[in-house]
Design a protein around this ligand. Sequence first.
Ligand code: ZN
Length: 116
Amino acid sequence: MSETKFTPGPYRVDSDDLTVILDPDGNSIGEAFGFGTMGDEDRANAALFVAAPELYAACETIVSQCDRCDDGMIESQPAGIEGFDGAGNPRIEGVACPWCGSARSALARARGEGSE
Ligand SMILES: [Zn+2]
């Protein structure tokens, strides 16, 4: 797995302000506070941020355990498309693995890779 740059977890919310996210040493690393959000939604957003390291680890497990693809790609016969390659073999294309593709995408986004 790639080395990450984000603050290692586990994170938790500040017991005095449930919108403040703390690192394992109790240092604030963020606050779930935004325009148009307040109260329950801010606290729910903070809870989601707190879960991020565990979600990241879960995605890494999914990717490392997937045995249905080759580095996130599977071969697939395009549905409804008749065709052969130049050697007369059925045309096969690589598509993102439906079992681990979302986890791979989430990990890449969490590492700041790829498009926004
Ligand atoms: Zn896979």
